[in-house]
Design a protein around this ligand. Structure first.
Ligand SMILES: NC(=O)c1ccc[n+]([C@@H]2O[C@H](COP(=O)([O-])OP(=O)(O)OC[C@H]3O[C@@H](n4cnc5c(N)ncnc54)[C@H](O)[C@@H]3O)[C@@H](O)[C@H]2O)c1
Ligand SMILES: N[C@H](C(=O)O)[C@H](O)COP(=O)(O)O
Length: 349
């Protein structure tokens, strides 16, 4: 059984972005839902704290040392060394290896159950690709590969739909949106939507909405790919040939699935009211709606991993880095959600 006060490991993300300062701000909270430990370069964190006048003391932990109880103004750190000096807003290719190492440290901690969950501050995909990590797509795909699983699902939820027992959309801004494809050029999206992958994704959604969000039999509303869900085959045939047969097969097993619906119909009150979650076919079909509804108060959850991972709903915001202007709301939400999920995992184990 996991510890009642979970260890929550926060990767501090791209060093030139807002991740380090958001993590420091997190440490100033009066109450945290677990024993938070950051992974990053202590000198970088000290420099950002000083720059922004954040009164946070770092406690650099040696490997194997227990993570102390949370105290406002104190941030335990598992140290990883920057590869090159980092200035706010200025990406350095050499530090891509640093960012990936912080992820590896967190993954290892979760796999060995030193930590109950990982929460990621934003990284910059472009600089990691520029550094030569050609297949890199994002945290979601990196964690899938690091854990050796075939499929994971990126789902974002706004704060009012984050907690177990809360319904999906019931008016207002509560929304859960998962993606059938993630970080792909639009040109490659249609080919990536296959019946086997959709089936894996819907099975993961059903299982994890039940496990983490307490929805006994989730009702999932599925978007079509093409305008007007293909207009009966005149505007694309993926709905007829791939999506609908997959949904029909799973309905036969008792899945509650609506669709494929045109996305501009699905994202209206009448359809959202019925759904515990939405499955969008691609990144910019689903995420703009979610971010319009709740940017800064939403979290990103990777479903289908062997451990809990949540993240922020925003990127590295290089334009704000080092200026103290970034909103820490989403990181707080992501940490609270990770703690709650870790609690459910420990009850289930
Ligand atoms: N979780 C992640 O690791 C994650 C998520 C999204 C984007 N990214 C990456 O971040 C990089 C930059 O992406 P982008 O420019 O498209 O998105 P972005 O979220 O970094 O910035 C978009 C806009 O939102 C603002 N913003 C972002 N976070 C904010 C915050 N906490 N408070 C106030 N304003 C905030 C920015 O200033 C900017 O105006 C890209 O490399 C992208 O891939 C990473
Ligand atoms: N697609 C996410 C978003 O727009 O918020 C983001 O890029 C983060 O993805 P990863 O968690 O896979 O890095």
């Amino acid at each position: 059984m996991a510890d009642a006060v979970p260890v929550l490991v926060v990767t501090t993300g791209e060093p030139a972005g807002i991740g380090p300062e958001l993590t420091l701000q997190l440490a100033l909270a009066e109450r945290l839902p677990g024993r938070v430990v950051a992974v990053g370069d202590p000198h970088l964190l000290e420099e950002r704290a000083e720059r922004l006048g954040l009164d946070v003391s770092l406690v650099v932990l040696e490997p194997g040392k227990p993570v102390p109880k949370a105290r406002s103004g104190v941030l335990p750190v598992w140290p990883v060394a920057l590869r090159a000096p980092s200035r706010p807003g200025e990406l350095a290719v050499a530090n891509a290896a640093y960012v990936l190492e912080t992820l590896d440290v967190a993954v290892e901690a979760c796999r060995t159950q030193q930590a109950a969950a990982m929460i990621t501050a934003p990284l910059h995909k472009g600089v990691i690709l520029d550094a030569g990590h050609a297949g890199f797509r994002g945290h979601t795909e990196y964690l899938r590969d690091a854990c050796g699983v075939d499929e994971v699902v990126m789902m974002l939820a706004t704060d009012s739909a984050l907690h177990a027992g809360q319904p999906g959309w019931r008016g207002g801004t509560a929304l859960r949106v998962a993606l059938a494809t993630t970080h792909l050029p639009l040109r490659e999206v249609a080919d990536a939507i296959t019946a086997p992958s959709l089936e894996r994704i819907l099975r993961i959604m059903q299982a994890d909405l039940r496990r983490w969000f307490g929805v006994a039999t989730p009702r999932i509303a599925v978007c079509g790919l093409n305008p007007h869900a293909g207009e009966g085959g005149h505007l694309g045939r993926e709905e007829i040939e791939v999506i609908e047969p997959c949904l029909e097969r799973l309905r036969g097993e008792g899945f509650l699935l609506d669709g494929p619906l045109p996305a501009d119909t699905l994202f209206t009150p009448r359809h959202l009211r019925e759904a515990d979650a939405v499955l969008a076919m691609y990144h910019d079909q689903g995420l703009p709606v979610l971010k319009y509804a709740g940017f800064g108060r939403a979290a990103n959850i990777t479903l289908g991993l062997p451990f809990v991972r949540t993240s922020v709903d925003h990127g590295t915001a290089l334009d704000l880095a080092g200026r103290g202007l970034a909103d820490p709301g989403s990181l707080r939400v992501a940490v609270a959600l990770a703690a709650e999920m870790a609690g459910r995992a420990s009850v289930a184990s």
